[in-house]
Design a protein around this ligand. Structure first.
Ligand SMILES: NC(=O)c1ccc[n+]([C@@H]2O[C@H](COP(=O)([O-])OP(=O)(O)OC[C@H]3O[C@@H](n4cnc5c(N)ncnc54)[C@H](OP(=O)(O)O)[C@@H]3O)[C@@H](O)[C@H]2O)c1
Length: 435
């Protein structure tokens, strides 16, 4: 089985090494011998940590796709174009495709799944959701009959690393981000990670496969972690929570689907609370199976290449049997807007420390039917706001009962106009413990 690999960067180079190292074992187990025979790159002069003859490399990716000797194509270039066209061309030529490209699957998945069905060959993308953590295959195969109600994932290792360091080392957001950048976890422009776009693409893929409806990256509402402060972390910890950036895909009784990415307070006892550093985890709730969690390395060349290799062996085996795994057809999901969702909320307000302020604030909550579960006033909070106290300010931390997002937004809107409110810090949704 000759493999053409598009891209020889972090993932491509690791995959080529893994194929070389494990082809004997794979042959023993499956009867299939895998060999990388063509590789497309941007530059032929770069040094690469792979043992392949120079003639295998080309800068023309379509040469790999169109090479009659290539049976199966692995796309690890990234981005939308030319990756999308190369994948379509490969499928049209009857060559199964394995990709790690979350951006491509999240934005053009259904077009590509249909092309794979038309051609009768596989399009597999395990590595596009949680790197080395197998989730798509269990979801498609082991859980195929399961009525999945909600999937919550820590699917961005960079932001989980930043939040872990803020929690455990007391670093500020800026310090933790700088360290993540120096370790290579975060890009120089960290927007895609810290604003939740990357996790949003993954959440869209998860929703599509979990609920069998077309959800694209643009359907996902996001909030990032840049506004999380040391005060929020300290309060969350004191109240028995960890702050995590979650991608959440949920299906309701009317079959509408909500997909969003936002920081959330996760109770210490929840399995997701213990996921530290750059690890990923996906927590699934289903009608029959109850709760399941998948945990591991969400990024890095070798963990990701491990998932790509698993897909490659699967696709090769299916090709040999002239069959393919179909996802079926997808109708457009009915997206429930975030405004219609209900949560408990954590709100952090800085107010003038004088009589009557608490009553005025509480009055606005009541006006919008947001019921307060608990409130703490703390002038000397963890971020050392002695200056704020000297200026006659106090911090009020509220946890609400379950409330509608639009009501909470209306409350916040009016609170901003209140003279006694100096500033509004983080607004975080509070996740419940599993049953
Ligand atoms: N890295 C991870 O931890 C990780 C985890 C999960 C998923 N992924 C996904 O895996 C994919 C690859 O990621 P990566 O980290 O391996 O990226 P990368 O290190 O930037 O590698 C990209 C490779 O593609 C080649 N390339 C780019 N444009 C090309 C073109 N037009 N024609 C031919 N070759 C081209 C580059 O060539 P040169 O080497 O000559 O520049 C490079 O070898 C992405 O979709 C990414 O989202 C990565």
């Amino acid at each position: 089985m000759n493999i053409g690999v598009l891209g020889c960067g972090n993932v491509g180079a690791a995959l080529i090494q893994l194929v070389g190292d494990s082809s004997d074992e794979i042959e023993k187990r499956t009867g299939l011998r895998l060999e990388v025979t063509r590789v497309a790159v941007r530059s032929l002069s770069k040094e690469r940590d792979v043992e392949l003859p120079a003639k295998v490399f080309t800068t023309d990716a379509s040469e790999v796709v169109n090479d009659p000797a290539v049976d199966l194509v692995v796309e690890v270039i990234g981005g939308i174009e030319p990756a999308r066209q190369l994948v379509l061309d490969s499928l049209a030529a009857g060559k199964p495709v394995v990709t790690a490209n979350k951006e491509l699957i999240a934005n053009h998945g259904t077009e590509l799944f249909a092309a794979s069905d038309d051609a009768g060959v596989d399009l597999l993308f395990e590595a596009a959701v949680a790197g080395g953590v197998p989730f798509i295959r269990p979801l498609r195969e082991s859980l195929v009959g399961e009525d999945v109600s909600r999937v919550m994932g820590i699917v961005n290792g960079t932001t989980n690393y930043i939040l872990t360091k803020m929690t455990e080392e007391g670093w500020t957001y800026a310090e933790a981000l700088a360290e993540a950048q120096s370790l290579g976890y975060a890009e120089r422009d960290p927007t895609a990670d810290v604003e939740g776009f990357e996790a949003g693409a993954k959440a869209a893929i998860i929703a599509t496969i979990a609920f069998g409806k077309k959800v694209v990256a643009g359907d996902v509402s996001h909030e990032g972690i840049a506004d999380i402060s040391a005060t929020d972390i300290a309060f969350a910890n004191r109240l028995g929570y960890q702050i995590k950036l979650l991608g959440i895909a949920e299906q309701f009784d009317d079959e509408s689907i909500a997909v969003r990415v936002h920081p959330a307070m996760v109770p210490d006892q929840h399995p997701l609370a213990s996921v530290r550093e750059s690890f990923n985890a996906i927590f699934l709730e289903g009608e029959a199976v109850g709760e399941l969690m998948f945990f591991g390395r969400g990024a890095g060349g070798f963990p990701t290449a491990s998932a790509v290799l698993g897909d490659t062996v699967d696709a090769a085996a299916n090709l040999a049997k002239a069959t393919h795994a179909s996802l079926g057809s997808f109708s457009k999901a009915k997206i429930r807007p975030i405004d219609d969702l209900h949560y408990r909320y954590y709100l952090n307000l800085e107010v003038r420390d004088r009589p009557g302020v608490l009553a005025a604030v509480a009055n606005l909550f009541g006006k919008h039917e947001v019921s307060i579960h608990s409130m703490e006033q703390d002038p000397l909070v963890a971020d050392g706001s002695q200056d704020a106290q000297d200026a006659g300010l106090a911090r009020l931390i509220f946890i609400t009962h379950e409330a509608k997002e639009s009501d909470v937004r209306a409350t916040l809107h009016e609170l901003r106009g209140l003279e006694a409110v100096n500033s509004i810090g983080s607004v975080l949704r509070v996740i419940e413990n599993p049953d």
